[in-house]
Design a protein around this ligand. Structure first.
Ligand SMILES: Cc1cc2nc3c(=O)[nH]c(=O)nc-3n(C[C@H](O)[C@H](O)[C@H](O)COP(=O)(O)OP(=O)(O)OC[C@H]3O[C@@H](n4cnc5c(N)ncnc54)[C@H](O)[C@@H]3O)c2cc1C
Length: 448
């Protein structure tokens, strides 16, 4: 029996938990894996904490730049075939990338746009840069940089993360095919200076009375005085949490212009909305979801994982399954851990290739090509983690998402897409293997 990181052994009574497929990790990759496996298998998803979605913009990128920095790419699929060996897209192939995005489109329905084309959309972000991305929230649709209509960007005095005049001048400097102008207004009502983005969103959702006027009308009034000939108006992404479409429609009707949201940094309301939608899809697919406790160790039996152990405070509980998917994230999500001694995968202790000398992990230039950005587990083309000698760790364990090495999601703009493609591929293979095992047991049972 091979064991993972922790020195402890489970003690006392254990609860019998057994599923066809166990997915560890509740980010985009884990959700995609669970949904893909759920067609053919009973699936449980366990996650320690919330995923990086609460920090991410809510945009889902496929590939915006090549690993050599060429781009922005018009069509990511033109470049996927040329990616280097070991890149997650090279491992799973372009068909899995398409399947991963198709699974996403099914899960999110009309709350997202971009599925009508392979080409990247260009979405303005809060810093005034234009980002190549594959899927964007419906709330950002009227803001695309390919749209030639002039745009007014509106910032709020208390939300200093979005400096609308600066963002507008950056867009102009980037050469967008429209005039962008930015203004800063006071959000109506009496909000604390450090109010959370959800506070603004809920005031608009509920159309709260602010200064004696319903919130949506009051905000439109505050903006009207600044609106010129622009046909579209962009706000920071705080326009409703439960009813963003209704908030945009009312603001648009009052302003006589299309309204859009500009994706923001953390905490990201579009990211949280996306997380809600994905978890609704898990519930609809019948996936059992548990969160709040970390997986901490593995029990192996020869070349198979028998159980992953979850630390429930006083007890370490074994979670048995036929197939396992590791989707615990990278250095940000805590799936990959580093200290002075080195870099390791935190649950199973899968091998993470990295230079022995820590000085080789970084470049001096902050925007340089840092090796650490590509740290993660190496996998075969079936996404099974590989040991230092290139052999497969366990035949029923697959890894997905930013736990994988060989790509720099921030530089390439490929984070969400890699999670969808590898999550889909890992979950699909795990579901098929579990279904095959169940069939074999049934046949075996019949002949006995
Ligand atoms: C600031 C920021 C902005 C980003 N912006 C974009 C963007 O605009 N577009 C884009 O496409 N991508 C973006 N990304 C990248 C994108 O969020 C990630 O690439 C992708 O979603 C990673 O998903 P994941 O499921 O692999 O991992 P994560 O999102 O990291 O999720 C990992 C999950 O595993 C759980 N977990 C970790 N350890 C354990 C454990 N021991 N036991 C149980 N569960 C565990 C975590 O709690 C979490 O639920 C951004 C990322 C960041 C950090």
């Amino acid at each position: 029996m091979r064991t993972g990181n922790a020195a402890w052994r489970p003690t006392g009574a254990t609860v019998a938990i057994s599923d066809d497929v166990l997915v560890v990790g509740g980010g985009v990759a884990g959700v995609a894996a669970a949904l893909a496996a759920s067609d053919r298998a009973d699936v449980r998803l366990i996650s320690h904490k919330q995923s990086t979605l609460r920090s991410a913009s809510g945009l889902v990128d496929a590939l915006g730049y090549t690993p050599d920095g060429e781009g922005p790419l018009v069509d990511p699929f033109d470049a996927i075939g040329d990616l280097p060996e070991g890149h997650p897209y090279e491992r799973v192939g372009a068909a899995a990338v398409r399947e991963g995005f198709a699974l996403f489109d099914d899960a999110v329905g009309d709350t997202y746009r971009g599925s009508h084309t392979d080409r990247n959309a260009l979405v303005p972000t809060h810093g005034g840069t234009v980002k190549p991305t594959a899927r964007y929230p419906a709330s950002a649709a009227a803001g695309l940089a390919s749209d030639r209509r002039d745009a007014l960007l509106v910032g709020f005095e208390a939300l200093t993360d979005f400096d609308a005049p600066m963002a507008a001048s950056h867009l102009d400097a980037a050469g967008v095919p429209f005039d962008a102008r930015g203004v800063t207004v006071r959000f109506p009502g009496d909000f604390r200076a450090d109010a959370k983005v959800t506070r603004y969103a809920h005031a608009l959702d509920r159309d709260e009375d602010l200064d004696g006027t319903p919130a949506r009308t009051a905000l439109a009034e505050a903006v009207k005085a600044h609106l010129g000939d622009e046909e579209r108006v962009g706000f920071p992404a705080v326009l409703g949490d439960d009813d963003p479409a209704g908030v945009r429609a009312d603001l648009g009707a009052d302003l006589g212009a299309d309204v859009f949201e500009v994706p923001m940094g953390p905490p990201s309301l579009p990211g949280l909305r996306l997380e809600d939608r994905l978890y609704e899809a898990l519930a609809e697919a019948g996936v059992r979801v548990e969160s709040g406790n970390p997986a901490v160790d593995v029990e192996g039996d020869g070349d198979r994982v028998r159980a992953v152990y979850v630390d429930r405070g006083r007890r370490k509980v074994p979670y048995h399954a036929d197939q396992f998917v590791l989707a615990t994230g990278g250095l940000v999500g805590k799936g990959i851990d580093s200290d002075r001694e080195g870099v390791r995968e935190a649950v199973i202790d899968c091998h993470v290739p990295h230079p022995a000398d820590r000085y080789d992990w970084f470049e001096e230039d902050a925007f340089g090509d840092h090796a650490f950005a590509r740290f993660g587990v190496d996998v075969d083309r079936d996404l099974r983690p590989l040991s230092a000698d290139g052999s497969i760790d366990y035949e029923n364990l697959r890894a997905a998402g930013s736990a994988l090495g060989g790509y720099d999601f921030a530089a390439e703009k490929s984070g969400g897409g890699v999670s969808l493609a590898t999550g889909y591929a890992a979950g699909d293979a795990a579901g098929a293997a579990a279904a095959g095992a169940a069939d074999e047991t049934a046949i075996h049972g019949d002949t006995q």
